[in-house]
Design a protein around this ligand. Structure first.
Ligand code: PLP
Length: 382
């Protein structure tokens, strides 16, 4: 007898691959499996065409040109390429300062910590207690020697949407590069990413029903010139020399299709996610939850970050184990017992940090028994 599985409520960690995407990926793994760099036969040409089509799909979604799309292994690599890839230029031009926020993903914070160990100065703008930084705080931290401003679009733990448009509007034409980690928002809030003053955008396929192990860095031209990126790896000319190595054609093609589907179905998906969020909030209200993020200021409809007074997140996850698969932080930190650096930066009390769980869903999520979940949690409080 198969063990019944709980409802998957951890879509901010990863999503299932859309079956339409999976069909395409499988075909490219098993039938049209050529190397996109092979120019001497039809297998290579098919693969080359598949990569080209995916690049067009991503470029269309981001309103950029195809030569501004660099395929990578995911948002982590894109973040590293944006940050570390600019550093040689920063050193050459005496721009050794970076502005970021204290709530970024580790894929941004850790390469920046490395740069700090190499003599760069990094300013971490602090969020307020709801998990938002302000554009004025970010812009006020910019100096003549600032190489880069790196601010995420939506926080992966709270879903809080950061003011990237106001930050982009406030940066001068000759000012620092602006990088946005859009791992959680690509395919959901993509229009915000069209802003021409956003120079670098990190994307991940597996958050939008595409395969794991693929993503992209968008590196836009400003005033005719490209961000001065240097590769982090060497050994081939792929991706304009910025990301050498044989392209993972099935993954890249799957990412392209997942992106196109996300753009096409964006409104419908968002409406379904908002309905699930409303149902969750209505049912959990009796537990007097503390909700992180603020709908009036912008929060992703597919993420609910919530602390339940008197309940510890570990106890909540154990109590709900058979019913709902949830987390108490980002997937990369939930295996360690460190408290979330995001919630700590929000200066929340220790018991609120210890009590916070993240539930995240998608348009594929089957009906959730929110009253049942609420009853289990209510019993746990006694
Ligand atoms: N940045 C953010 C905001 C994320 O949520 C994630 C995924 O958890 C990443 C970066 C890393 O993405 P990937 O798994 O594609 O490397």
């Amino acid at each position: 007898m198969p063990i019944p599985r709980p409802t998957y409520l951890d879509c901010a960690a990863t999503t299932a691959v859309d079956t339409r995407v999976a069909d395409l990926v499988l075909r490219l793994f098993t039938e049209e499996f050529g190397n996109a760099g092979s120019r001497t036969h039809v297998f290579g040409l098919e693969a080359h065409r598949a990569v080209g089509e995916a690049r067009e799909r991503i470029a269309k979604a981001l309103a950029c040109s195809t030569d501004e799309v660099v395929f990578t292994s995911g948002a982590t690599e894109s973040d590293n390429l944006a940050i570390l890839g600019l550093s040689a230029w920063g050193i050459e031009t005496g721009r050794r300062h970076v502005v970021t926020t204290a709530i970024e993903h580790k894929a941004v914070l850790e390469p920046l910590a490395y740069l700090a160990s190499q003599g760069f100065e990094v300013t971490h703008v602090q969020p307020d207690r709801q998990g938002y930084v302000t554009a004025s705080d970010v812009l006020a931290a910019v100096r003549p020697d600032t190489m880069l401003v790196s601010v995420m679009h939506a926080n992966n733990e709270t879903g809080a949407l950061q003011p990237i448009t106001a930050i982009a509007d406030g940066l001068s034409d000759g000012g620092p590069f602006l990088h946005v980690d859009a791992a959680q928002t690509f395919g959901r809030k993509t229009l915000d990413l069209h802003h021409r003053r956003i120079d670098l955008v990190s994307l991940s396929a597996h958050k939008v029903f595409g395969p794991k192990g693929v993503g992209a860095l968008i590196a836009r031209r400003r005033g005719g010139s490209r961000p001065r990126l240097r590769p982090l790896q060497f050994g081939g000319g792929q991706e304009r020399g910025l990301r050498p190595g044989t392209q993972p054609v099935p993954l890249i093609a799957g990412f392209g299709l997942a992106a196109e589907l996300a753009e096409r179905e964006c409104q419908n998906r968002a409406a379904i996610c908002q309905r699930i969020r409303n149902e969750a909030l209505a049912a959990l209200a009796t537990l007097q939850p503390i909700i992180h993020g603020d709908e009036r200021r912008g929060v992703l409809p597919n993420i609910l970050s919530v602390a339940l007074p008197g309940l510890d997140s570990e106890a909540v996850m154990v109590a709900l184990k058979g019913v709902a698969a949830i987390s108490n932080g980002s997937a990369c930190t939930s295996s360690s017992y460190e408290p979330s650096h995001v919630l700590a930066a929000m200066e929340l009390p220790d018991d609120v940090i210890a009590g916070t769980v993240r539930m995240s869903w998608s348009h594929h999520t089957p009906p959730v028994d929110w009253p049942g979940i609420t009853r289990i949690l209510d019993d746990l409080r006694l």
